[in-house]
Design a protein. Sequence first.
Length: 178
Amino acid sequence: MGGLVKILALKSSLNNGLTLELKGAFPNIISVERSLFEFTGNPDSNWLAGFTDGEGCFSLEISKGTTKTGFSVALRFIISQKSRDILLLKSFINKFGCGSLKTVSDKGMSNYSCSKLVDINNYIIPFFNKYPIEGSKRLDYLDFCRAAELINAKAHLTSEGLEELRQIKAGMNRGRLS
């Protein structure tokens, strides 16, 4: 049983830990302490594109606002990780040349995000055009770019443009059919 106890101690230290069932069956398991990984480098651009495919999100937000249509729109690029990887997330600010970090301490999470339109236009979109995402998230990125074009053209200030943005948003991320 020694090997099983070691495996359970390792599993308990991973992101989701042990299930309630395993905790009940093995109440004396002590988690293995994981050492903190201190990222001090500059992530490779191709790696960052792949990492974004797995961990990033391109979003379009539409909320009540003070424009002629009564709504405002915003684009946001975000990558979330456990707070233990905050140094990796900080490196994205240097890599992209923009963005900020936010820690959600009650969830143990940290977020790199960029929501300034000028930074999205000047840094985020050119980066992913040069280092394209190859997975299914590429479709969300292309919608994100289309939304940026509409916003840059001030289409969001018209009812027709706002409706087009709503349709784009409805088909992005979880709204996209597989």
